[in-house]
Design a protein around this ligand. Structure first.
Ligand SMILES: CC(=O)SCCNC(=O)CCNC(=O)[C@H](O)C(C)(C)COP(=O)(O)OP(=O)(O)OC[C@H]1O[C@@H](n2cnc3c(N)ncnc32)[C@H](O)[C@@H]1OP(=O)(O)O
Ligand SMILES: CC(=O)C(=O)O
Ligand SMILES: [Mg+2]
Length: 356
């Protein structure tokens, strides 16, 4: 553990100083693509206009014999394009793999100035972040980078969950954490066989109403990921970094995908992954607050004045704690609306109606 006094010191001579605050730019969807897949790569310039984050994936879902092609493809795409405000991230291979060292050396030295965040899979504890932290500092110094790269961890091992608080605070580079439900299920020896989402067998049932135990008993499916997402959100909030839901693998089931994303949004996550173009608009819709919620938040803020005391608004008691929640929603809405005239108009129209 570094001394608090040294926490913000660069870890290599010539490396840029770490950031003091994680930049909070929109990241409602982290759109995954395989940079070695020519069909997908061809779509990237157009997709970049629709997403907050574009992520060149080098890890799982890229075949072993395509790892080098994916890495080279990402270098070529980054060099050939300027994605403007759309962030460019990558997911490198896991730290125990034969590819990760070349991933980091190549990407940082070739396109380190184009990359915003490096996603590290299968993080087990702070030691994994410390390793990446030092290596990145050395490579940043070699590449002459002036802006430090940020690090995002995937929460997808049982030990990662047990250590999530120390992972979140392991380095000033830590930008955020995503839930990785597929590898996490495997690591925990859960008996699911899918990528994220719920399971019909994970349920509670109402009490029996008579002798027949099968009659008249409603069942309610439960959220397999509630505990982990809530714990991840707390760890991230404690350390001033951003939590995300990860992938929803049933691409066809756009309805359940929206539900899973919304659960994460309500619990505090700022975004989720889109694996397929069809999931981009789902994430945009879910992780942009609804106009009616924004209008309500703005109304409470307006009526609460300096935020102290208690008032009744439409029959509901408001005080310091509820106005703080309203500020979270209103500030997020303002940040998103600043770059999206359509969203800004929807928020303003709903606010006008609510305020009369
Ligand atoms: C557990 C984890 O680690 S999750 C993270 C790792 N997984 C990933 O990154 C998966 C990324 N996504 C994909 O590989 C693909 O979307 C798949 C395999 C899920 C589905 O691919 P397909 O069967 O080709 O889907 P589909 O036929 O609907 O695709 C339609 C078009 O969109 C393109 N497309 C599909 N996914 C993407 C994407 N993520 N980004 C850009 N374009 C895409 C396809 O190439 C296809 O192009 P075409 O019309 O020119 O042929
Ligand atoms: C996100 C991811 O990598 C997983 O679910 O395993
Ligand atoms: Mg995984």
């Amino acid at each position: 553990m570094r001394s608090p006094k040294d926490f913000f010191a660069p870890l290599a001579l010539g490396a840029p100083a770490p950031v003091r605050e994680i930049p909070v730019t929109p990241s409602r969807m982290i759109h995954f693509f395989d940079p070695g897949n020519e069909k997908m790569a061809a779509k990237v310039p157009d997709i970049a206009k629709k997403v907050d984050v574009l992520l060149g994936n080098l890890e799982d879902a890229v075949r072993a014999d395509r790892k080098e092609a994916a890495r080279a493809g990402l270098v070529a795409i980054a060099k050939a394009n300027d994605f403007g405000k759309t962030q460019l991230w990558t997911r490198v291979n896991s730290l125990d793999s034969p590819w990760v060292l070349d991933d980091l050396v190549t990407l940082v030295t070739e396109i380190g100035d184009k990359l915003d965040v490096i996603m590290v899979p299968k993080v087990e504890g702070a030691q994994d972040i410390h390793y990446v932290d030092r290596l990145l500092a050395q490579l940043e110094a070699r590449a002459g980078l002036t802006k430090p790269l940020l690090v995002h961890a995937i929460l997808e091992t049982a030990s990662g969950v047990a250590n999530v608080e120390e992972i979140a605070g392991a380095s000033p580079r830590m930008q955020g954490i995503s839930l990785g439900p597929a590898d996490l299920a495997a690591s925990r020896r859960m008996k699911t066989t899918r990528v994220g989402g719920g399971h019909p067998g994970y349920l509670v049932r109402t009490d029996p109403t008579g002798e027949d135990l099968t009659e008249g008993r409603t069942t309610y499916q439960q959220d397999l990921w509630h505990y982990t997402v809530a714990r991840m959100v707390d760890a991230c909030a404690m350390h001033g970094i951003l939590p995300y839901y990860g992938p929803f693998g049933d691409i066809r089931d756009v309805v359940a995908c929206e539900d899973q994303f919304r659960n994460a949004f309500l619990l505090g996550c700022v975004g989720a992954w889109s694996l397929h173009p069809v999931q981009i608009d789902i994430a945009k819709k879910v992780f942009s607050p609804a106009p009616s919620d924004v209008a309500w938040a703005r109304k409470v803020i307006a009526e609460m004045g300096d935020g102290t005391g208690a008032v009744m608004i439409d029959g509901k008691m408001q005080d310091d704690a509820s106005v703080k929640q309203c500020r979270v929603v209103a500030e997020l809405a303002d940040a998103l609306a600043a770059d999206d005239p359509e969203l800004a108009a929807a928020y303003d129209a709903a606010t006008k109606e609510a305020l009369g």
